[in-house]
Design a protein around this ligand. Structure first.
Ligand SMILES: NC(=O)c1ccc[n+]([C@@H]2O[C@H](COP(=O)([O-])OP(=O)(O)OC[C@H]3O[C@@H](n4cnc5c(N)ncnc54)[C@H](OP(=O)(O)O)[C@@H]3O)[C@@H](O)[C@H]2O)c1
Length: 232
């Protein structure tokens, strides 16, 4: 039977590669969420080449009206997997002595509140699945044990994302809905840069396999892109 996956930030980077993975691996209806569907050229071309497997829907995860419109476009359909992938690195002013607090708020709105907002809007759809899964693409930079300097906005947004997702995991465990967080690796995307360790297909293919293997015992946990546990 066809399963449905929602992927946010599906027009480029890791999100776009995840769309390709779901397309290539089994019977999936892919709801590809992106901020500007009209300018998502590669995603539109891919969707046009399929037989309705990819449905492109507008979604700005930081905008309440956009999230509400997205939920209403989905209606009462079942969602089996929600991938909260959309994210930003934040602005250029994230170092001590040069912190732009408005930029920081914007980063939190996208990276932290966005995944919770989208999950909350779609929770009744996820509850319809027998094996509902919610994943968040987090970052090693959100881990307390990761030694790094600067990037106040980005790093704190991912740390807070992890905490919010563990709360969701606690609340949804009794309903057998799995919530898991992933560091996708350092990936060659617009965000990661070309000097990064791995390609988007390497990251996305491995993440896809990990998501498929998730069981309830994994809920509330933080993993690396290769499925190994990630330290907090
Ligand atoms: N690349 C890495 O090395 C790396 C490492 C650790 C974690 N991550 C995480 O992995 C995820 C994907 O990153 P990426 O490397 O693929 O980045 P990317 O190439 O910069 O793509 C980011 C995606 O997020 C979307 N997005 C940004 N703000 C949005 C909003 N308000 N509403 C909806 N969509 C929004 C972008 O849409 P637009 O095209 O409209 O801007 C784009 O589709 C992010 O959460 C990132 O923090 C990446």
């Amino acid at each position: 039977m066809t399963k449905t996956v929602v992927i946010t930030g599906a027009n480029r980077g890791i999100g776009f590669e995840l769309v390709k993975c779901y397309l290539a691996n089994g019977d999936w209806h892919i709801i590809a969420a992106c901020r500007s569907p009209e300018s998502a050229k590669a995603l539109n071309s891919l969707a046009d080449a399929t037989d309705g497997d990819i449905e492109i829907v507008q979604l700005d995860v930081a905008n309440a009206d956009s999230v509400a419109a997205f939920a209403s476009a989905i209606g009462d359909r079942k969602i089996d997997v929600l991938i909260n992938n959309a994210g930003v690195i934040g602005g250029d002013h994230q170092s001590l002595g040069d912190i732009d607090y408005d930029e920081w708020m914007e980063t939190l709105a996208i990276n932290t509140l966005g995944p919770v907002r989208v999950t909350e809007a779609l929770i009744s759809n996820i509850r319809k699945s027998d094996n509902g899964k919610i994943v968040a693409i987090s970052s090693q930079l959100g881990a307390m044990q990761y030694q790094t300097q600067g990037r106040f906005a980005y790093n704190s947004s991912k740390a807070a994302l992890n905490r919010a997702m563990t709360l969701l995991a606690s609340q949804l465990r009794s309903e057998s809905i799995i919530v898991a967080m992933y560091h996708p690796g350092w990936v060659q995307t617009d965000m990661g840069g070309q000097q990064a360790d791995i390609t988007p297909p390497e990251s996305a293919n491995s993440l896809f396999q990990c998501f498929e293997k998730l069981v309830l015992a994994d809920t509330g946990k933080f993993f690396k892109w290769n499925g190994e546990p990630h330290a907090w």
